[in-house]
Design a protein around this ligand. Structure first.
Ligand code: ADP
Ligand code: MG
Length: 704
C-alpha cells in the first residue's frame, strides 16, 4: 500500500488548475506515459536550462538575440488591420533611450488592452530582436507591473518541451505542482546526508524548478545530485530486495565434490591462469551458497572464459544437475562446443549443441535426452529459450556476450529451472558503475591476465590512400606463410534497408580484387552464405588452405585460428570501439606477434579519430570500455539503447557514477539492519520506492 502521505503527489496532473485534456495529451507524450501523468511525474521533469532575466538594459543598449527585461511606458496600440487577422498586433512602448515594438499574433480580443494599458509602466521580458532597424520583442514571455516585478526571481527554468506545449504552461503547471509537495520524512541515512551535504527532497525540487542562481539546475549541483541519489537508492534498494528473495529451497546445492572439475583440469593442455583459478573458485563458492549466483565473468576476447564456464558446468554436473550455455550466434555456439567437447568427453561430462540449424530427428533426440537428464551441458543459441526445450533439472544458465541479449532472454532461460544460477560472460568489460546501476549487486570476476605466451598486437592506423603499400606488404607476408583476416564493414542499417547488402558488395568486391592479386589463397565468408559454405570457408582458412580470409562482420569471425597474425580492418572509422576491440581479438591468439591495420577513409570525424587513437594505444578491454562509454554514452556500451532497460529519469552515470556505489552500500546496510523494512525508517523508504517507481519490489517483503 502506498503511504497515504504521498496521495497529493499521485493525483493526476489534470487536477491542477489550468491543466486540461489538451495538456494531458501533451504531457503524456512529453513524459512518456500511457496514462495521465501524476504530479510526481511532472515534478521529476527537470529543467534543461535557465533564462536569466536579470539583464535590464535600456532599450538603446539591449543586445538583439538575448533575453532582456525592459522597463517601459506603453505608448500606443496598433491592432491588425480589419480583415487581415494574420497581420501582427503591434504595441509601441518606450523608455528615455528609445522605442520597442511588442508584437503579438492573433491575440484574444481585449487581452492586450488589459495587459499593456496605454500610459502605464510595465516590465516586459523576452528575447530582443531587430526588425527594420527597430528593437522588437515577439510575444514577450512576461509582462508584469511594478508589484509583479518585485516577485520575479530573475531566473526562469527552461524545460524540454513538446510541440504545442508552451513554456509558460509548463512553468505554471510546475508552480502548481510544487504547492502539492507534502512534508515528507527523510529516507536517506543521516551519515550520508551529512557526508554528501544533501539538501532535503523538497528543497531540491524547489531550487530546481524555481532557481535563484543558474548553477541551481546543474546536474552536478547539490539539488540535482540529491534527486539522482534518491533515484539510485530506490533502484538499489529494489534490486537488493529482489536479490534477497532469490534464496534456494533449503538443502539444494549446485556444486558437487569436484571430481569432474579435477578430471577436466587434468585434461587441459595448459595451466589455468591465476585469474581463471580465482574465477572458478568464486563461482564454486557461489554455487554452494544459499543465495542464487548472479555473476559476471569479464575478460577480453581470448582471455579464456570458455574453460571457466565449462568448469562451472562441471561443478553443477557433479550434483547431477544441468547447465545451459547460450551464445549470440551460431558460429560462437559452435566454437564453444568445439572447445568444450573434447575436454568434456575426457571427464565424462555429456554435452550437446542445439541451434536453429538442428532439425528433425537430431533435434528430437537432443530434446529427449535433455528432458531425461542425459545431457549435462547444452550449448546453443536463442534456440535454447524455445518452449519445447525442457530440462530435467537446469541449475546453471551461462549467457555469453550478454549485452546482445535482452533481460527478457536471460529471464526466459533461467525460468527453465528452479533457482537457476546465472553466469554472464562478457568480452566487452562493462564499467563497474554501469553494472551496478543496471544489475545491482552483481558479483564480478575479471580475467585480466592473458593466457601465457600471448604476444602483444601492433596496431597501426593507416589512411586508405596507402592501400597500395599495404597490399604489397601483405604479399610478402603471404609468401612467408602468414594468415590474414581482411574485414569489411557491415554498413550500418540504412533507410533503404540495404545495409547488409552493401557490406556484402564491399566484401565481394574486395575479395575479387585481392583474388586477382594473390590468387587462390584468398577466401571469402559473409552472412549471406549458406551455413555449410560458411563453415567450409572457415575450415579452409583454419587449415591454411586459404591464407587470406575476406569477411564481413556479420560472421563475427568467431573461429579461433591461432595461426592468424594479421588483421586488416577496412573503413575502421565506421566501427565502434568495442567492435574494433572484439575484431582485433581474433589475432594475437597464438605464439607469434600480430599486427592489426586499421584502414580509414579521410577525413575521419572527430569521434572516429578519437576511437582509432584509443584502439591503437591500448589492448586493455577495460580501458576501451571506459573510453567507449565516454565517447558514446552508456546505452551503446550495454547495447540497450533500444531494448529499454529500466530507465533513469534523473541520475546520469557519467555525472553521478560515484553515487551508485554509495547508494548500493546504503541499500545493503538498510536491508541488513531491517530485512523486512519494518523499522522506523521503513515508511520513509517506502515513500522513496513509490516516488521513483521501484515499488514492484515491495510485495516481496510482505504486507508490512
Ligand atoms: P574467450 O572466450 O575469453 O574469448 P576462449 O575461452 O575462447 O577465450 O579462449 C581462447 C583460447 O585460449 C582457447 O583456444 C583456449 O583453449 C585458450 N586458453 C584458455 N585458457 C588458457 C590458458 N590458461 N593458457 C593457455 N591457453 C588458454
Ligand atoms: Mg569466447
Amino acid at each position: 500500500m502506498r503511504p497515504p502521505i504521498l496521495n497529493p503527489l499521485f493525483a493526476p496532473i489534470t487536477s491542477l488548475p489550468g491543466v486540461g485534456p489538451k495538456q494531458d495529451k501533451l504531457f503524456r507524450y512529453l513524459l512518456d506515459r500511457s496514462e495521465t501523468p501524476r504530479i510526481v511525474d511532472l515534478l521529476l521533469h527537470l529543467p534543461s536550462n535557465v533564462i536569466d532575466r536579470r539583464a535590464q538594459p535600456k532599450i538603446r543598449d539591449a543586445t538583439p538575440g538575448t533575453v532582456v527585461t525592459l522597463k517601459v511606458t506603453v505608448d500606443r496600440h496598433r491592432p491588425a488591420p480589419p480583415g487581415r487577422s494574420r497581420a501582427p498586433y503591434t504595441i509601441y512602448a518606450s523608455d528615455e533611450t528609445g522605442t520597442v515594438m511588442l508584437t503579438y499574433f492573433r491575440p484574444q480580443g481585449g487581452y492586450l488592452d488589459k495587459l499593456l494599458p496605454v500610459g502605464e509602466v510595465r516590465y516586459v521580458s523576452g528575447t530582443a530582436q531587430m526588425f527594420d532597424g527597430m528593437l522588437q520583442m515577439v510575444h514577450p514571455e512576461r509582462v508584469v507591473d511594478e508589484e509583479g516585478f518585485a516577485k520575479l526571481s530573475g531566473i526562469d527554468p527552461v524545460y524540454p518541451l513538446t510541440e504545442g506545449l508552451a513554456i509558460g504552461s509548463m512553468r505554471r503547471a510546475m508552480a502548481q505542482a510544487l504547492t502539492k509537495l507534502p512534508q515528507l520524512p527523510e529516507w536517506i541515512g543521516p551519515e550520508v546526508v551529512r557526508r554528501c551535504s544533501f539538501p532535503g527532497f523538497a528543497t531540491a525540487l524547489h531550487h530546481l524548478h524555481q532557481p535563484d542562481e543558474i548553477t541551481d539546475i546543474l546536474p552536478s549541483g547539490p539539488f540535482w545530485s540529491r534527486l539522482a541519489y534518491d533515484e539510485l537508492l530506490a533502484n538499489q534498494l529494489a534490486l537488493a530486495l529482489v536479490r534477497a528473495q532469490l534464496r534456494r529451497p533449503a538443502g539444494t546445492r549446485h556444486a558437487g565434490d569436484g571430481h569432474l572439475r579435477r578430471k577436466i583440469i587434468d585434461a587441459l593442455p595448459y595451466a589455468l591462469t591465476s585469474s581463471q583459478q580465482e574465477a572458478v573458485r568464486a563461482i564454486a563458492e557461489d554455487l554452494g551458497k544459499p543465495l542464487r549466483m548472479l555473476r559476471l565473468l569479464q575478460g577480453d576476447v581470448g582471455s579464456g572464459k570458455t574453460v571457466v564456464a565449462l568448469l562451472a558446468a562441471a561443478a553443477v554436473a557433479e550434483e547431477g544437475r544441468q547447465s545451459a550455455l547460450m551464445a549470440p550466434t551460431e558460429i560462437l555456439a559452435r566454437q564453444h562446443i568445439a572447445t568444450i567437447a573434447p575436454l568434456a568427453e575426457r571427464a565424462g561430462l555429456r554435452v550437446a549443441i542445439l541451434t536453429g540449424r538442428d532439425k528433425g530427428k537430431d533435434r528430437r533426440d537432443i530434446l529427449e535426452q535433455l528432458a531425461n537428464g542425459e545431457i549435462d551441458l547444452l550449448v546453443g543459441t536463442h534456440a535454447l529459450i524455445q518452449d519445447e526445450v525442457i530440462f530435467k533439472s537446469l541449475a546453471l544458465a551461462i549467457v555469453d556476450e550478454q549485452h546482445r541479449f535482452g533481460v527478457r532472454e536471460r529471464l526466459l532461460l533461467t525460468d527453465k529451472g528452479e533457482a537457476v544460477d546465472m553466469l554472464v560472460l562478457s568480452a566487452t568489460p562493462i564499467p563497474r558503475t554501469l553494472v551496478m546501476t543496471y544489475f545491482g549487486d552483481m558479483d564480478i570476476s575479471e580475467l585480466r591476465e592473458k593466457p601465457a605466451g600471448r604476444q602483444p598486437i601492433d596496431t597501426r592506423v593507416v589512411p586508405v590512400s596507402r592501400l597500395g603499400e599495404i597490399i604489397e606488404a601483405l604479399g610478402r607476408a603471404l609468401k612467408a606463410g602468414k594468415r590474414v583476416y581482411w574485414i569489411c564493414p557491415l554498413v550500418e542499417e540504412s533507410d533503404n534497408g540495404l545495409g547488409t547488402d552493401m557490406g556484402l558488395i564491399d566484401a565481394t568486391q574486395r575479395f575479387e580484387s585481392l583474388q586477382k592479386t594473390f590468387g587462390d589463397v584468398v577466401g571469402l565468408v559473409h552472412g549471406k552464405m549458406k551455413p555449410k559454405e560458411k563453415d567450409a570457408a572457415m575450415a579452409r582458412f583454419a587449415a591454411g588452405e586459404t591464407q587470406l580470409l575476406v569477411a564481413t562482420t556479420v560472421v563475427e569471425v568467431g573461429v579461433d585460428v591461432p595461426e592468424a597474425t594479421i588483421m586488416v580492418i577496412e573503413n575502421a572509422e565506421r566501427f565502434g570501439l568495442s567492435q574494433l576491440h572484439q575484431l582485433r581479438g581474433r589475432v594475437g591468439r597464438g605464439r607469434e606477434a600480430s599486427t592489426c591495420i586499421l584502414l580509414y577513409r579521410e577525413p575521419a570525424g572527430e569521434t572516429a579519430t578519437a576511437r582509432l587513437r584509443v584502439i591503437r594505444e591500448t589492448t586493455d578491454g577495460f580501458r576501451i570500455a571506459e573510453e567507449d562509454l565516454r565517447l558514446r554514452g552508456e546505452g551503446d556500451v550495454l547495447g540497450t539503447r533500444q531494448s529499454g532497460l529500466p530507465g533513469f529519469r534523473i541520475a546520469r552515470p557519467e555525472i553521478h557514477g560515484s553515487l551508485v556505489a554509495q547508494a548500493r552500500d546504503e541499500a545493503l546496510r538498510i536491508l541488513q539492519d531491517d530485512p523486512k523494512l519494518a523499522g522506523e525508517r521503513s515508511e520513509a523508504l517506502r515513500c522513496l520506492l513509490y516516488l521513483f517507481e521501484r515499488d514492484e519490489a515491495i510485495p516481496l517483503i510482505g504486507a508490512g
